[in-house]
Design a protein around this ligand. Structure first.
Ligand code: AMP
Ligand code: ZN
Ligand code: ZN
Length: 338
């Protein structure tokens, strides 16, 4: 997909003939603002419908980082769910990375506000009693990997405590492709098997996950956020590695896509239809599902990786405490709304 600039601005929308704002070579379309947005929303709606999330009364927790992808996701979700009785609630985690985190929080809250969606904000340093960087240092692990582990845990714990039926994450098609190619290079097929457009819930241990932007590329998600006037932060996280493998894969795939339009969308669609196959190969169905003995949520062993990490670095497993904090927050919200 490309933006129209300069002399190409005269191009017309393939559907209505209005001035076009985007060219989508893999779909052989040029689209005006309205039809581009509808094109994206159809992709998002498809993910929700196939996961069974478009039913009256369903509650969807949208993880909003403040970046373009979750901003685009939030607006698309708000527009799609408006008429079918699905409740959307935003969740933003304050990571405590200085001005970047302050601006991220503002953007996330703004994105929720313009969409009329309630936003729950959780300050990780406050609930953990230590900054994420300090925990990473004590664990002798990269900040990114520790931050990812903490975010995944807290987002799922929040979804459980808030009674959400689904958690929506803002990963776009390029993210999914880059991550699965990286995992293929590592021959970690179990990791690939977890990256379908949705995953099912596991009793009360893990809430079902949705990736509404599964078929939406990075450029499309950026353009959608801009055209829908959804506020977002343009900055990258200061702790992002300088040369992540995913970035190299994205560059490579974009070059291939330019020469062979449709490669990326084919990949993502085939990946979706092959997920069950990957699950079989990796033997995921036979995996033992366990409950963390400290916090009661999903775990691969006796204790979940979050409780192990916090026990090792903070002297106590924090899962049960975090769950209590969120429960109290949720109760406060419920009384405020009643
Ligand atoms: P990342 O792992 O940073 O690429 O983010 C992937 C997805 O995780 C985002 O699109 C959001 O849905 C979610 N996410 C990341 N950071 C945050 C945050 N600080 N608060 C809430 N959700 C987040
Ligand atoms: Zn049009
Ligand atoms: Zn635990």
């Amino acid at each position: 997909m490309s933006h129209f600039t300069g002399r190409r601005a005269a191009a017309k929308c393939s559907i209505c003939g209005a001035p076009a704002v985007a060219r989508v070579p893999y779909a052989r379309l040029t689209l005006c603002s309205r039809h581009f947005m509808e094109f994206i929303e159809r992709k998002v709606e498809r993910v929700l419908r196939r996961a069974g999330a478009l039913r009256r009364g369903a509650r969807l927790l949208a993880a909003v980082s403040g970046g373009k992808d979750s901003a685009a996701m939030l607006t698309a979700l708000a527009r799609i769910t408006k008429s079918n009785g699905v409740e959307v609630v935003g969740l933003h985690l304050v990571l405590g990375f200085g001005p970047y985190s302050r601006k991220s929080r503002e953007a996330a809250e703004e994105a929720c506000r313009v969409n009329n969606i309630p936003c729950i904000v959780l300050d990780l340093e406050e609930v953990l009693g230590a900054p994420v960087q300090a925990i990473a240092r004590r664990a002798r692990r990269p900040v990114c990997s520790v931050c990812g582990l903490i975010k995944r845990y807290v987002i799922n714990a929040a979804a459980v405590e808030l009674g959400a039926d689904y958690v929506a994450m803002g990963h776009n098609a390029d993210d999914i492709i880059a991550y699965t190619v990286k995992m293929f290079l590592n021959q970690d097929l179990a990791a690939i098997a977890k990256l379908g457009p949705s995953t099912e819930s596991i009793d009360s241990l893990a809430v079902a996950r949705l990736r509404p932007l599964y078929e939406v590329t990075e450029k499309e998600s950026l353009l959608y956020a801009i055209l829908s006037s959804t506020p977002f932060l343009h900055e990258e996280c200061p702790f992002r590695p300088v040369t992540p493998i995913e970035e190299r894969v994205k560059e490579f795939m974009n070059r291939v896509e330019e020469e062979h339009p449709g490669m990326k969308i084919n990949y993502i669609r085939r990946l979706e239809s092959n997920i069950e196959l990957y699950k079989k190969i990796a033997g995921i169905e036979d995996w033992d599902i366990q409950q963390c003995q400290s916090c009661g949520l999903l775990s691969a062993g006796n204790e979940c990786s979050f409780c192990r990490l916090t026990r090792r670095t903070l002297g106590e497993a924090k899962g049960a405490y975090i769950r209590r904090v969120i429960r109290e927050l949720a109760a406060g919200l419920a009384t405020r709304n009643s």
